[in-house]
Design a protein around this ligand. Structure first.
Ligand code: BGC
Length: 269
């Protein structure tokens, strides 16, 4: 077995959920740049998914777009079956798809709550469970990786930073934190690595309105002085998927320009 000291994913296949745009697209590209073939999952963005596929193929890797609503069990089962049929055994899964549906608590409907929990938390559970079952079936392939499988969740700084007017979203991300750690505790003995990335404010569609109307307010929360790029997170995902992070298990990598350092406390408190 050769132990690579860099980020080398040659010979491995990755599923990225919600890979048509934003952080999912950037992660798909960074994983492909490191050598992986990519399943580009999307819910209803055929054109954007085709665009991600083209970008992966331009890097010399294989890619396939597969439509699936990850909050639905039958869709998730089909996503894994089709992925394996088209690209072969899956070594890496980035559970990325997520959404926001913000409201003040008095106005938040049960639909608002269920919509966000359904995709962000139930979807993460379904994707995580199937990833682990498929890693087990695949077994260890020591020629490509020291681990049997790498499962990475997209969490958020809001897994620890409370977020008024976004309780459904913050609750879903707090849930992902314990989902990730409990799964890691359960399956690391099988050489399956489970970790999370936790982005802060990254320039994607999810916060486009906030960036347009309250950039100054946002910047006060980011000591490092810039909004993040999707690639900032994509590179962390590629690292967590690679043997360069082989001894990192059950951890969250915050990619947030120091947002989680609570900058309001600088010279205060
Ligand atoms: C949210 C963004 C927000 C960022 C920082 C993310 O998880 O999706 O809307 O800008 O956290 O608050």
């Amino acid at each position: 077995m050769t132990i690579s000291h860099g980020i080398d994913l040659t010979g491995q296949c990755a599923i990225v959920t919600g890979a048509s745009t934003g952080i999912g697209e950037a992660a798909a590209i960074e994983l492909a740049r490191a050598g992986a073939d990519i399943v580009v999952n999307h819910r209803d963005s055929h054109d954007d998914a085709a665009d991600t596929v083209a970008k992966v193929e331009a890097l010399g890797r294989r890619a396939v777009a597969i439509q699936a609503d990850i909050s639905k069990e039958e869709d998730v089962l089909r996503l894994f079956a089709e992925s394996e049929a088209k690209l072969g055994p899956i070594d890496i899964v980035f559970s990325n798809a997520g959404r926001q549906k913000d409201a003040k608590i008095g106005d938040m409907t049960l639909d608002d709550w269920n919509a966000v929990i359904g995709v962000n938390l139930t979807g993460a559970f379904l994707i995580g469970r199937e990833a682990i079952k498929h890693f087990r079936k695949k077994g260890l392939r020591e020629d490509v990786s020291r681990a049997r499988g790498k499962l990475i969740f997209n969490s958020s700084v809001h897994q620890i930073i409370a977020w008024a007017f976004h309780v459904n979203y913050a609750a879903s991300k707090g849930g992902i934190h314990m989902l990730m750690q409990s799964l890691a505790q359960e399956v690391s003995v099988e050489k399956i690595r489970v970790n999370s990335v936790a982005p802060g404010a990254i320039a994607t569609a999810i916060n486009a309105e906030e960036r347009a109307h309250n950039l100054e307010g946002m910047m006060r929360l980011i000591p490092y002085g810039r909004v993040g790029d999707p690639e900032d997170v994509g590179r962390a995902v590629a690292w967590l998927a690679s043997d360069a992070s082989d001894y990192v298990v059950g951890q969250t990598i915050f990619v947030d320009g120091a947002m989680t350092l609570y900058p309001e406390f600088r010279g205060n408190g």
